[in-house]
Design a protein around this ligand. Structure first.
Ligand SMILES: [Zn+2]
Ligand SMILES: [Zn+2]
Length: 764
C-alpha cells in the first residue's frame, strides 16, 4: 500500500551532510518527497510503498548515517498522499519557526581531504583550507542559524564553477559543505613580520618561509580554526623560554602538536585509547605520560609528569609539518589569561611584541574556540577543558526544561549554559572572569549564543557567592527569576545531568573554594544530593584561612592555618622556623599572618581541600606560590611514589546533628615527623594522597550506612588529580559502590554551569 509520512529528526543533523544522505537513501529505496533543514533539525516527507519507508528509517538510523551526524529523535506521522509526486528533492532551508536547531562543532580534517591535498592532480593540491561535509570549521564560522553559507563568514567568498558544481551535486562529498573553497575562489594565507608588513603571499612560499622561521627558533603566530596559536619549535629550549617571557606565562605547561602518532610516541606513552582520542574528529589536546630522556625542551612542561599533545587538525597544520618540522609548541594566542585572539588586526596589536611573524588568513573566525583538553580517569577519556570539537554539542536531558534557562557558571574557568527543551547547551571554555577582557567576552558570548540557539530565558541560575561576577550578572538581568545554587551541589548536579539521573546520590565534591550556606568557604564536601535538594552529610573539619584572594596563591597562609588547627594553643611560630623559613623568608610576614589568624582578622573558616594540597606541597619543598591555578597540587601529584600503599591517619568525627567531620590533624603531625626524619617527598606525597582516599572512602561508607545509598558521584577540581581519583574510584568500586564522575564536562569549575542548569530545570 502506498502511503506518505512526515518525519522530524533532531540532533546533530545540520552541517553534517545529513540532507544528501537522506536524498541518496530515498533514491536508493525508490521513495518520493523532500527534505529540508528547519529550526528544529531536519524535516523529511516520504511517499511510497509502506515497507520501503520502514526500510529507509532503519537505514537512516543505522550505519548509513553521515559520519558526524547524531540522531536524538526521529518521529514519523502519517500524512495525505500527494498524487503525481514521483521525485525526491532537497528543499531550501526554512528560516522561520521558533524552536531549536543545532550548529555542530569544528572537526579535524578528514582522510579523504588529506589525500586530495597531497594529490598533484587534484585542483585543491596543497590548498590550506580544503574541507568537506565530514570535516572542517562549523561553530567557529557561524554567525546565525540556520547553518547555511550566507550565515557564515564564508559568505564573502563567491564559489568558483568547480566548487559550485561539487556544492550542488548531491552525490558529491562536498554537497552543501558550507565552507567549500579552493585556491581560486576561497580564503588565502600570507605571512607578515611582527609589524604586519607582508613578507610572502604565495602559498608554497608562505609555508616554506614559516617553517624556516620556526626551525630557526622564531615565534610565529599562526591563525588556525578557532583562533591564533603561538608556535615555536618544541625541541629548542631557548626559543620556548623566550615565548614564556614574552607571553608572560612563567610556569603553566604548553601544549604541543605533531603530525603523526608515531612521532608523539617518541616523547610520550600513548595507550590504545589515547590514540583513538588523538585521532578522533574532535582532535583535542591529550595529556600523556612523559617518556624519560626525551628531546622535548625542559621548559615546555616543568613540574608535571605529562605532556599535552594534539595531532594536526587543520590542512594548514599538515602543510607546515610537511616541511621537516618535528614537534611544535602550539599554545593559545593570547597574553597571560586574556581571551584567545582570533582577529588579524587584534593579533598584530596584542601579539606584535610576542611573535616574530604572523601566518595570517582571511577566513574570518566569528567565535574564538580554544583547543579542548582530555585526560583519562579509570581508563575513560574525560574532558578537562571543553571547547573546539565538543562545543556546542548539547547534553540531552531526560525531562524537557519547562522554560528556557540561563546558567551563569562560576567565576574561574567559566562556562555558561542554556537549557532549552531537552538540551543543556554549554558554552566553550570562557576563562577567569576577573580579567576585564574575559568578562566582556563572557557578556558578548552569552548574547551571541542566546541568538544562535534562540533561547529566551525565564529562569537564571547562578552561584551562591555574592561576590562572583557571574552571580552579579545573573542578578542584574531583568524580568527573570534568579535561583542561587550552592557551588558543590552544582558540581554533583553536573555529574547527575551527564548520567541522566535525578539522584539522590552520595556526592563527594572536592575543590579549592566555594561559598557555603553557612557563610564559610567550603571545599571538601560529602553531600546527599539530588537535582532538587541536598543535605550536607560531611566535610573536612574547618581550619582558619587568612588573607582573602592571596590565600589561594601563597601556600604559607593555609599552612599556618592548618598548623594552628593541629596544635591549637600550643602552636608556637618559632618552633616551626625550620619548616617555614623556606616557604616564607620574611619572618615578619609569618608573624602578621599568624596574628591575623589568632585575632580572626580577614580570616575565614574553610574546608578547602585545594589549600591543603598547597600547604603539603610547600612543606615538602615544591614551591610556595601558585603561579597558575593548582600549580602546587599538580606538582605534588606528579611526585607521588606510585608503589607506596601506606597512608597517614585521619579521624571521622560525628557529633549529634552536625555533619560528619574529616579531621586531618593526625596526618599533619605525621607529615611533620616524616619531614624531620628525611622521608622522601615522593613517599610523603603518596601517603598524603592515600590518606585522602581512605578518608573519603570512610565518609562515603558512613553515608551509605546512614542513608542507604550506594551510588557515589565525584566532582570538583581536586578530581582533576589522576592519582587521587583513579585510586579513589578503585577503592570505592572494591567496596561495592557504584561510582560516577564527569566525562564530557570538566570536573573543575568549567562544569558548574551544567549543574546549575540541571538544578534549575528541576525547579520549573
Ligand atoms: Zn574532509
Ligand atoms: Zn573554488
Amino acid at each position: 500500500m502506498r502511503k506518505r509520512q512526515r518525519i522530524q529528526v533532531t540532533g546533530c543533523v545540520q552541517g553534517v551532510g545529513f540532507r544528501p544522505a537522506v536524498y541518496r537513501l530515498a533514491c536508493q529505496t525508490g521513495l518520493a518527497g523532500f527534505v529540508y533543514n528547519d529550526t528544529k533539525g531536519v524535516t523529511i516527507e516520504l511517499q511510497g510503498e509502506e515497507g520501503k519507508i520502514d526500510e529507509f528509517l532503519t537505514l537512516l538510523q543505522g550505519d548509513d548515517r553521515p559520519r558526524l551526524a547524531q540522531i536524538n529523535s526521529c518521529k514519523a506521522v502519517d500524512t495525505a498522499v500527494i498524487e503525481g509526486e514521483d521525485k525526491f528533492i532537497i528543499k531550501e532551508s526554512d528560516a522561520k519557526g521558533t524552536a531549536l536547531s543545532q550548529v555542530t562543532a569544528d572537526m579535524a580534517t578528514c582522510g579523504d581531504c588529506l589525500s586530495e591535498m597531497a594529490d598533484k592532480e587534484d585542483f585543491r593540491y596543497g590548498y590550506p583550507f580544503i574541507n568537506c561535509t565530514n570535516c572542517g570549521p562549523r561553530y567557529s564560522i557561524v554567525k546565525t542559524i540556520p547553518y547555511d553559507r550566507p550565515k557564515t563568514t564564508m559568505s564573502v567568498f563567491k564559489m568558483c564553477d568547480k566548487c559550485a558544481a561539487q556544492y550542488g551535486n548531491v552525490t558529491d562529498r562536498r554537497f552543501h559543505a558550507q565552507p567549500v573553497a579552493c585556491a581560486v575562489c576561497g580564503p588565502k594565507i600570507w605571512l607578515t613580520d611582527s609589524k604586519g608588513e607582508t613578507i610572502q603571499t604565495q602559498t608554497d612560499s608562505v609555508i616554506a618561509e614559516t617553517a624556516r622561521l620556526l626551525l630557526e627558533g622564531n615565534i610565529v603566530a599562526i591563525k588556525g580554526v578557532g583562533g591564533f596559536h603561538l608556535a615555536v619549535d618544541a625541541l629548542n629550549d631557548e626559543a620556548v623560554q623566550r615565548l614564556r617571557e614574552r607571553k608572560r606565562r612563567d610556569h603553566k605547561p604548553f601544549a604541543m602538536m605533531a603530525d603523526s602518532i608515531e612521532k608523539i610516541k617518541r616523547y610520550a606513552i600513548v595507550s590504545e585509547l589515547a590514540e583513538q582520542v588523538l585521532k578522533s574528529p574532535q582532535s583535542p589536546v591529550v595529556l600523556l605520560p612523559k617518556k624519560g630522556n626525551s628531546s622535548i625542551a625542559a621548559s615546555v612542561a616543568e613540574g608535571v609528569d605529562t605532556f599535552g599533545f594534539m595531532l594536526c587538525y587543520a590542512p594548514l597544520h599538515y602543510l607546515l609539518f610537511g616541511q621537516d618540522i618535528k614537534v611544535l609548541v602550539m599554545t593559545s594566542g593570547n597574553i597571560s589569561e586574556e581571551p584567545l585572539i582570533c582577529k588579524n588586526d587584534e593579533a598584530l596589536g596584542k601579539l606584535g611584541d610576542v611573535a616574530d611573524a604572523f601566518l595570517m588568513h582571511d577566513r574570518e573566525i566569528y567565535r574564538q574556540v580554544d583547543d579542548s583538553i582530555v585526560h583519562f580517569i579509570d581508563e575513560q577519556p574525560v574532558l578537562l577543558r571543553r571547547a573546539r570539537g565538543y562545543v556546542p554539542t548539547p547534553i540531552i536531558t531526560r525531562e524537557n526544561c519547562g522554560e528556557d534557562i540561563f546558567a551563569a557558571g562560576a567565576d574561574m574557568k567559566n562556562t555558561f549554559c542554556f537549557g532549552k527543551q531537552n538540551q543543556l547547551i554549554c558554552s566553550e571554555h570562557i576563562g577567569d572572569l576577573e580579567d576585564a577582557d574575559v568578562y566582556r567576552h563572557y557578556i558578548n558570548s552569552i548574547e551571541h549564543l542566546r541568538g544562535l540557539f534562540e533561547v529566551e530565558p525565564k529562569i537564571a541560575a547562578c552561584d551562591l557567592h555574592p561576590g562572583y561576577l557571574s552571580t552579579r550578572h545573573a542578578l542584574s538581568l531583568s524580568n527573570i527569576e534568579v535561583i542561587q545554587i550552592q557551588h558543590h551541589w552544582a558540581h554533583i548536579a553536573s555529574v547527575l545531568a551527564e548520567h541522566n539521573l535525578a539522584g539522590p546520590v552520595i556526592g563527594l565534591s572536592c575543590d579549592g573554594t566555594g561559598y557555603g550556606t553557612d557563610g564559610a568557604i567550603w571545599g571538601c564536601e560529602c553531600l546527599i544530593a539530588s537535582l532538587d535538594d541536598f543535605e550536607r552529610f560531611g566535610h573536612l573539619a574547618y581550619y582558619p584561612l587568612a588573607g582573602g584572594d592571596k590565600a589561594s596563591k601563597e601556600a604559607i597562609r593555609p599552612l599556618l592555618g592548618l598548623l594552628k588547627k593541629t596544635y591549637g594553643k600550643d602552636f608556637k611560630l618559632e618552633e616551626f622556623g625550620w619548616l617555614l623559613e623556606s616557604i616564607e623568608a620574611d619572618a615578619n610576614k609569618q608573624q602578621i599572618i599568624s596574628e591575623q589568624i589568632e585575632k580572626e582578622i580577614n580570616t575565614i573558616a574553610t574546608s578547602s581541600l585545594g589549600r591543603v594540597f598547597d600547604a603539603v606541597a610547600a612543606m615538602v619543598g615544591l614551591g610556595n606560590y601558585n603561579h597558575f591555578e593548582a600549580q602546587l597540587p599538580m606538582a605534588l601529584e606528579g611526585i607521588a611514589a606510585r608503589d607506596v600503599e601506606e597512608h597517614y591517619d585521619f579521624e571521622l568525627v560525628s557529633g549529634g546533628d552536625e555533619p560528619v567531620q574529616l579531621d586531618l590533624r593526625k596526618m599533619m603531625k605525621q607529615i611533620i615527623r616524616d619531614i624531620q626524619e628525611n622521608t622522601s617527598s615522593g613517599v610523603i606525597s603518596a601517603k598524603f594522597h592515600n590518606c585522602l582516599v581512605e578518608g573519603l572512602l570512610e565518609t562515603a561508607k558512613r553515608a551509605r550506612q546512614e542513608k542507604g545509598l550506594n551510588t557515589v558521584a565525584l566532582s570538583g577540581g581536586v578530581f582533576c588529580n589522576r592519582y587521587l581519583t583513579n585510586r579513589l574510584v578503585k577503592v570505592l568500586k572494591k567496596n561495592d559502590f557504584e561510582v560516577l564522575f564527569n566525562l564530557s564536562v570538566p570536573s573543575n569549575d568549567g562544569g558548574i554551569s551544567v549543574g546549575q542548569a540541571a538544578i534549575a530545570a528541576c525547579r520549573i
